[in-house]
Every structure is written in C-alpha cells, then in structure tokens.
Design a protein around this ligand. Structure first.
Ligand SMILES: Nc1ncnc2c1ncn2[C@@H]1O[C@H](COP(=O)(O)OP(=O)(O)OP(=O)(O)O)[C@@H](O)[C@H]1O
Ligand SMILES: [Mg+2]
Length: 643
C-alpha cells in the first residue's frame, strides 16, 4: 500500500459524505475492511459487552509505518486513492479516509502497528482536550491492532440508541459472518467477553469456487448444512462479468434465509440484483418459496460507482440493465439446467397433495374462523390495500377471519372515481378463498387438479424493451407486449408513500428547516378548520393565529413541495370537494406532486418498476387500464401477411 496522504479538498468534495459509525457493528466492519485492504489473512476480533466498552481488531497485514501512524487518524487521510481518476476504479474496500477519524471522534481509540523492516511497533492515541496525538514505541508483531474503548462516551444521545449487549453482539456476529463468506482465504476468530465464539478457518485456495469441498465446509459453518446440501453451484461468465456462488434449489420447502451477495467482494444491498434473482426464481417456480443464496458478482471496477453512500453499502452500476440481465441469465440457466428439477417438481407436487389433504381433513372436521385464517395464510393473501367503511389499512393488519363475514355491499368500499383495481382484486381474492373454503370438502377423496392450486406467481413485468415518447415503457410481459405509463406507476408509488402505516397516528411529521408563514382568506380558514384532522393524518403540523398560519412540518413525501404554493392549492381543492375522504385526498396529492415532465431512461424506469412490483404484486397480475395497455398486433400482422 502506498503512503497515507490527506486528500485534496476537491477530491473530498466528490466523496459521499456522512456518518458511518452507527453502532458497534459498523466499527467492526470498518476495522475488518481496513485489515483486508492491508492484505491480512488472519484477523482476531475481541469484543466486550456487545462492543460498547471495547472492540479490538488485530491483523497480520502490512501495517502502518511510524511516520503515517498519526496521519491515519486524520480526516480524509488515506493510502487508497489520490486522484479524482482513482475514484472511478476503486478496488479496495475503503477509500474515503474517514473511518478511523470518525471512530476516534466518538470513542477512545488506540492504534498500534508495525511494518516490515521496523524493529518495533508504534502506538498512537488521541489525548487531552485538544485531542493531540501521543506516539510511543511498543512491542508488536508485523500488522495492526486497533482498540476502540467506550463507544459514544462523548455523544450520550447516540449511546442511548444502542440496544442490549446481546443485540449489538448479534449485529457484529452477522457482519463478521458476511465478511467470512466473502473471504474464504482469511482466518477470522471472534471472541465475546473473553470467550471464543467463532472460528472461521482459512482455505488454502486461490478463490476458486470450483474447489468446492473446502468452500462448502465454511459455507456449512455459516449457512448451515441444510442450505449447503440443498444448494446448486452457479458459475456464469460473459465478457468481463462473472457471477458465482450457491443458490437454493427451486421448489424446496426451504427454511434457510441467507440472502447474501457481494460485488467485487464488497457487501452491498442493491435492488437491481434483488430483482434479477427474484425474477429468475419466479420464472421457474410454481409457487413462492423462501429464497436463499450466496452470490459473488465480479465486474470491472470501472463499470461501477462505489462512491454512492458513506457506509459503502450501495453501489451504482453504469449499465444496470446489462448487469440485471446477466444475473438473471446466470440464475435461470443454473435453475433450468438442474438435472433434478423434474424430480424436485414431483416432490413439490407431493408436498402440495399432502398439504391439501391436511387442509381437507382440518376443514372436514371444523369450519371455524381459526381454520379459515390458517387457510388464508397458507394461500398467501398478500398485504393488499383494502378500504372498509372509509378507513384505509392493509390486509396484514386486518383480522383475516373477518373477511368471510363481510357482505358484498358493506365489504370493500372503494370510491368510483379511482381507477385502481387492487381492491377489486382483493375482493376477487376473497371470493376465491371463499369458494375454496366452500368447495374444498367436495374435493375430498377426489383426484385434485394440482395445477389449479399451484398458482404461478409471476409478479414481475419482465422486460423493458424501450422507453417510448420519454414517458412510457414498452414492456414484454407474461400477457404480451404492452405500453406502461411510467407517470401512472410513479403515482401509485406516491400513493403508497402517502398512506399512513397506522391510520390512527397518521404520517410521521418531518419538521421544516424554515417554518412557512401564510396569510389565509376567510374561506380558506373555514376550510382549514373543517379538514384539520385529515391534514394531521397526512403529517401537516400547522398552527393558526387569526388569519395567519404557520406550517412547522410536513410528511416526507411532501418535503420537496413549495408550501407557499402547495398549501393554498390544497385548501382550494378541499373547499371544492367537501366530501373528500382521506383516500381521495391521497390520490389528489399524489397526482399533484409527481413530476409529469420527467424524462425517463430505461435505468430509472427499471428502478421504478422494481419498487412497483414489490409494493403492488397484485396489480401486475391484473393491471389497471390506465397503467398498462396491451398492444394488439393483429392488424399489423394482417397487414404484414396480406399479399
Ligand atoms: N489495519 C490496517 N492496516 C494497515 N493500514 C491501515 C489499517 N487501518 C487503516 N490503515 C491505514 O489508515 C488509512 C486510514 O484508514 P481509514 O479506515 O480511516 O480510511 P480508508 O480505509 O482509507 O477509507 P474509508 O474511510 O473508506 O475506510 C488507510 O487508508 C490505511 O492506509
Ligand atoms: Mg477504512
């Protein structure tokens, strides 16, 4: 590693700024990443009291020379990048030159290190009011030790947010588990309160996933035998993209929940990757399954931006579409090639028969609400939106056993002017389950058509072929080629953001940096008093004095709105729609705040649709007319085929 330098102000301004020390596990992550960047292949981590009183990370990496030691604790001091160009091709885990200084500003940190060629080690720590550095010689092997005492001792507010010792340690354990899965060649020992709790032995191999037995041993230690035995090995390369790892066999009653992936060895979270994986499984599965996978994506560092978020947990792909399709293909290939797939399907079918027989026998015995509720759960009544007696909530908060007692008329009220099909769908779903309940005993002893139970859950829009007229996505989906209104999809997402999780409490208020003062006319004041409760539910924090109102806070989705314009407009709408219910208002607001002039690209359309699919899976099965129009090619085909 080159020497440590303070980054130029210009380069600093280009680096995603922000706090990285949230809790002890974030300290542990940063310190281990430093050890890995220093080429260590043995790392010992000692934790006391969940990391709150002491974290010690010792490595056998290249160390830090005496002259660089104090510099390492300075802000923006790093040996990993030096120029703006370096920022575009980062290979190391760290690059911001911030971690050690941030940690030492909220703890008592001691850094000890020795490099090859130095006869003794040196130790540095910040001391006194001025936090000046004290340097002293000390015996130390080649490598580095960082000790962090009394985390947040000088920031009591943050200390208050820490959970119990056990919870904090569990976070540390989890982060180390993830790191251990990313570097099989590194030995990692973890102790808690002087007791050795994890020992991940290193593997003597050059990161070759084909050398499977050894890999699988560590995999089994971390992810358990069940995952290891039931996973498929995946290896897929194309140009400079490579994906490898293990994925759970499809159609398996799986209870492993490991969903780990790495990009260039970096632990990240990414919606594009999540989506590609889900979509591949959705295309081969008969029914939803707990997914589990450990995947490593390797990509040319020039093609990603790791400088997105200070915690370095997010990246941006320059060609996200390409990466998405590459991952999808890698997975689908492995899943389909899987020789035992057919056999698994048979096992799965058997499973369904058993499950159905079990249900039949229960229903045959007692048709009470508890059983029905179980049935609802087993048939996946999803968290879809419902409105009953003008209140809004989600199915999950709704006592599902009540569904059967709702009559056609009082059941699911929905304002006519809203063309949203999800409630209609949920009614259909209720009817479906109702029929299921009524008919299920008739099916007893009959040869059940399994296929009618195994609803293929293809909750994705599949592919975006192109963007048409900057506002529409031409998509290829299971129902054919269609044109999707991105504005409409965006509106649905805004609606979702505007619906309070708890209808009684309403949306969370975000204080405005500068409260907004408005002078209202009489009719506006009347309207305001009439709709005050409704506005509270939407997160408006407003005080009124005579004809003057002060807006102190609004909900998150409205933060970017100019309240001087928006608020009077809102009052006008409410004065003209005196019977307006909360849901009407939400739809109106969503319509007002979306940017209808946005020019869409495939990448941001893809992000939008990924979110949409997660939030509204039901709408993909039965999309509203204003969202998607299927393109009928009949006349085009006729024109092409007629002589
Ligand atoms: N365990 C270690 N072994 C060798 N050098 C280290 C070690 N830890 C830190 N350093 C040196 O100290 C410097 C500062 O570390 P710090 O973690 O603050 O910044 P960084 O790793 O460069 O970037 P980031 O803030 O993104 O982690 C590193 O660039 C590296 O040169
Ligand atoms: Mg670092």
């Amino acid at each position: 590693m080159s020497e440590i330098r303070i980054l130029s102000p210009k380069l600093v301004s280009q680096i995603a700024a922000g706090e990285v020390v949230e809790r002890p596990s974030s300290v542990v992550k940063e310190l281990i990443e430093n050890s890995l960047d220093a080429g260590a292949n043995s790392i010992d981590i000692e934790i006391d009291h969940g990391g709150v009183t002491r974290i010690r990370v010792h490595d056998n990496g290249i160390g830090i020379s005496k002259k660089d030691l104090s510099l390492a604790l300075e802000r923006h001091a790093t040996s990993k990048i030096n120029t703006l160009e370096d920022l575009t091709k980062i290979k190391s885990l760290g690059f911001r030159g911030e971690a050690l200084s941030s940690i030492s500003s909220v703890s008592r940190l001691i850094l000890t290190s020795r490099v090859d060629g130095q006869i003794e080690g040196w130790q540095v720590y910040a001391e006194g009011h001025e936090m000046s550095f004290t340097l002293k010689p000390i015996a130390h092997p080649i490598g580095t030790t960082v000790e962090v005492f009394d985390l947040f001792y000088n920031t009591p507010v943050r200390r208050k947010f820490l959970r119990t010792e056990k919870t904090e340690f569990n976070h540390i354990d989890e982060i180390i588990r993830r790191i251990a899965l990313s570097r099989f060649d590194v030995k990692i020992n973890l102790s808690h309160n002087s007791k050795l709790v994890r020992q991940y032995r290193s593997i003597n191999t050059k990161n070759n996933i084909k050398n499977e037995e050894q890999y699988k041993r560590r995999l089994a230690i971390i992810c358990g035998d069940n995952f290891t035995r039931n996973s498929l090995t995946l290896y897929w390369v194309k140009d400079d993209l490579e994906i490898k790892g293990w994925i759970i066999r499809p159609n398996l009653d799986n209870n492993s929940k490991f969903q780990y992936y790495y990009v260039n060895g970096r632990i990240i979270r990414d919606r594009i990757i999540n989506h590609a994986i889900r979509q591949a499984y959705a295309d081969v599965l008969q029914e939803e399954q707990n997914l589990a996978y450990v995947l490593y994506l390797n990509i040319d560092p020039n093609n990603i931006d790791v400088n997105v978020h200070p915690t370095k947990l997010e990246i941006r792909f320059h060609q996200s579409r390409l990466v998405h399709d590459f991952i999808y293909q890698g997975l689908i290939n492995t899943l389909k090639k899987q020789k035992n797939l057919q056999q698994c399907c048979q096992q799965y079918d058997q499973l369904i028969i058993n499950k159905t027989q079990k249900i039949n026998s229960i229903v045959g015995l007692q048709q009470n609400s508890v059983v029905k509720e179980k049935l609802f759960k087993s048939y996946n009544v999803d968290d879809c939106l419902f409105i009953k007696n003008n209140t809004i909530g989600t199915m999950s908060k709704f006592n599902k056993s009540n569904i059967n007692s709702l009559s056609e008329t009082d059941s699911l009220y929905y304002p006519n002017k809203v063309e949203v099909d999800n409630v209609i769908f949920s009614r259909e779903r209720v009817e479906f389950d109702q029929k299921l309940l009524n008919n299920i005993s008739e099916r007893e002893n009959k040869n059940i058509a399994i296929s009618s139970f195994s609803i293929k859950q293809n909750y994705t829009f599949s592919k975006i072929l192109t963007i048409y007229l900057k506002k529409f996505a031409l998509i290829e989906s299971y129902f054919g080629i269609g044109l999707l209104s991105l504005i409409e999809a965006k509106k649905y997402l805004k609606i979702n953001q505007l619906i309070p999780a708890d209808i009684n409490k309403g949306l969370k208020i975000q204080p405005l940096l500068m409260p907004v003062k408005l002078i209202l006319e009489d009719w506006e004041i009347d309207t305001f008093y009439r709709v005050k409760i409704l506005l509270n539910k939407l997160g408006f924090d407003v005080n009124i004095f005579d004809s003057e109102i002060i807006i102190h806070g609004v909900s998150c989705p409205l933060r970017s709105q100019n309240m001087v314009i928006f608020f009077p407009k809102l009052l006008k709408y409410l004065s003209q729609n005196i019977f307006c219910q909360l849901y009407d208002l939400i739809i109106w607001i969503a319509d007002q705040i979306i940017n209808k002039e946005q020019v869409w690209t495939i990448t941001n359309a893809m992000h939008l649709l990924i979110d949409f699919e997660l939030i509204y899976p039901e709408l993909i099965k039965k999309p509203p007319k204003k969202l998607i129009q299927i393109i009928d090619f009949q006349s085009t085909i006729a024109a092409l085929t007629n002589e």
